[in-house]
Design a protein around this ligand. Sequence first.
Ligand code: IMP
Ligand code: MG
Length: 332
Amino acid sequence: MPCTVIVGGFWGDEGKGKIISYLALKDKIDVCVRTGSVNAAHTVWLEGKRYALHMVPAAFVYENCRLLIGAGANIHVAKFLEEVELTKVKNRIGIDHQASVIEEKHSEQDKTSAHLKGIGTTGWGVGPAIEERVRRTAKLARDIPELQPYLTDVALEVNNAIDSGKKVILEGTQGLMLSLFFGTYPYVTGRDTSASAVCSEAGVGPTKVDEVLIVFKSFMTRVGAGPLPGELSKEEAVKRGWFELAAGTGRERRSAPFNFEIAKKAAVINGATQAALTKLDALYPNCKGVKKFEDLPLEAKAFVKEIERQIGIPVVLIGTGPDAQDIIDRRT
Ligand code: IMP
Ligand code: MG
């Protein structure tokens, strides 16, 4: 597993935070690079405490992990400083000099721009911040005095780590169906969310990647507007125990059953070599807390096998509860 890219297979909120935090502790990950921006909240539980991280990499739970934010990312300075304080990672987190900065004005533009009306953005301003970066008028991390202590060359650090055989995770955000290129345009986020884009944002070439781990939830959810095949009514979602609120914005998540066609497309475009499946206990309540594949009920096993058959990659991690340790690890 020297260099693994972690991506979402649906519309975000698949449980990447949980999977990354598990791997960080279990595999003793040396370096974790976060990409994307403040719009994505990755939920991590540590010692009974819940963190919804918008900036700090989810691998912070492993105290020897070096945490980095890549050149392609967008930094929300206040949120970054707040989370560094909260997670106590000041001495082991770095930001690339060239990461861009998202400002209050971008959030205003996000909420008031006519062309964004109806998309249902998170309101953080990521789209407008990226527009400004493309115009080449954006502020970069190196322009911000409070960020000076954290500045580093992330691409250099992460490539050195990979070359010396260290264990590296590149942390993607959102999911393929929110990709600017491959998602349900115009109901998408402001960037590509595929594994290639994650590598690009971190500064890692495709030949350096060993595994692409795609995370699927056992059912699909989406926040904001745009198509969701097989969408259930809120009443039905509540009845099935699939009703969720967004970790970042608190908005209600829409839900639908697992869709094999979408999952297949996401696995192909990401070049996925492995899958993780989260929240299996939401589909089959008698899976809760199970830690061995053999102990799963028959219908749950059949569902996992059907995913492997149709998508053609192994489901190596299966989430059976919210805690980082509620997991079936099928890697040998
Ligand atoms: P934006 O990324 O704030 O521009 O929002 C564009 C679309 O992506 C909206 O439908 C958002 O709800 C969705 N979105 C952005 N970030 C996330 C995320 O982390 N999880 C789920 N949906 C997201
Ligand atoms: Mg989220």
